[in-house]
Design a protein around this ligand. Structure first.
Ligand SMILES: C[S@@+](CC[C@H](N)C(=O)[O-])C[C@H]1O[C@@H](n2cnc3c(N)ncnc32)[C@H](O)[C@@H]1O
Length: 204
C-alpha cells in the first residue's frame, strides 16, 4: 500500500499516523469511524465492504455469535453489532493499529458487544453462527487458504459465512476451492466486479 513497503496487514504499520474521521451510512445503520494511515481503506469505507453490508441477507434471529475475519477499523463488525444487538461480535485482525481504531470506534458509537482482538486471543472453544468478512486476499492465496482453513471450521452447525471478494482477485476460484474443501460455497450476489460468496456448513 505504500512505496515504503508498509502493508495494511502489517502487525505494526511503519507509516506515520494521519487520522481521519469518516462515516458509514446505510439504510439501517449509521456509524462515525476513526481511521488512520496504515490500515485498509482509511479514506472511505471500502466499496466492497459497503456492497456486502448493503446486499447481505438479514441476520438470522437466532444469531448469538458473529466473526468479522480481518476487521480493520471495524465497519463490518460494528454494523453486525447494530444488526444483532444480542450477539457477541468478534473482530479479528493482525494489524494492531486497526484493532485499536476498531475498539475506539466501538466506544465512540456506544457499542459494547463487539471485541476486537488478534486471532490467538479468541477463546479456542468459541464458535460462530455467522462469519461476515471482506477477507485479506492480498496476503496471497496460500496464506488466505490457511486463514480460511483456520476459521471456517469454527462455524457452528448450520452456520454460514458471507464474504465479499473482487472478481479479478479470484472470487470464482476461491468459491471452487472452498467447495472442494467441503464447505459448499455459492455466489449470492454479483455487481460491479464484486461477488458476495455464501458458505454454509451442515447442521451435524
Ligand atoms: C480487505 S481488509 C478488510 C478490513 C475491514 N473489514 C474493512 O472492511 O474495511 C482485510 C483485513 O484483514 C486483515 N488481515 C490480514 N491478515 C490477517 C490474518 N492472518 N488474520 C486476521 N486478519 C488479517 C488485514 O490487516 C485487513 O485489515
Amino acid at each position: 500500500m505504500s512505496s515504503e513497503g508498509s502493508h495494511y496487514f502489517d502487525a505494526q504499520p511503519s507509516v506515520g499516523s494521519n487520522r481521519q474521521q469518516i462515516e458509514l451510512s446505510l439504510a439501517d445503520v449509521f456509524l462515525e469511524l476513526h481511521t488512520d494511515s496504515g490500515v485498509f481503506s482509511a479514506g472511505r469505507v471500502d466499496p466492497g465492504t459497503r456492497y456486502l453490508l448493503q446486499e447481505m441477507p438479514p441476520v438470522p434471529d437466532e444469531t448469538t455469535s458473529v466473526l468479522d475475519l480481518g476487521c480493520g477499523y471495524g465497519p463490518i463488525a460494528l454494523t453486525m453489532a447494530r444488526r444483532a444487538p444480542g450477539a457477541a461480535v468478534f473482530g479479528v485482525d493482525v494489524n494492531e493499529r486497526a484493532l485499536a481504531l476498531a475498539r475506539e470506534n466501538a466506544d465512540a458509537n456506544g457499542i459494547e458487544t463487539a471485541s476486537f482482538v488478534t486471532g490467538a486471543e479468541v477463546p479456542a472453544d468459541q464458535r460462530f453462527d455467522l462469519i461476515v468478512s471482506n477477507p485479506p486476499i492480498r496476503i496471497g492465496k496460500q496464506a488466505l487458504h490457511g486463514l480460511l482453513a483456520e476459521w471456517i471450521p469454527r462455524l457452528s452447525p448450520g452456520g454460514c459465512a458471507w464474504m465479499v471478494v473482487q472478481k479479478h482477485l479470484g472470487s470464482d476460484s476461491l468459491a471452487t476451492w472452498m467447495t472442494d474443501q467441503g464447505w459448499p460455497t455459492t455466489r449470492l450476489s454479483s455487481r460491479k466486479g464484486y461477488r458476495i460468496l455464501e458458505t454454509t456448513v451442515g447442521t451435524t
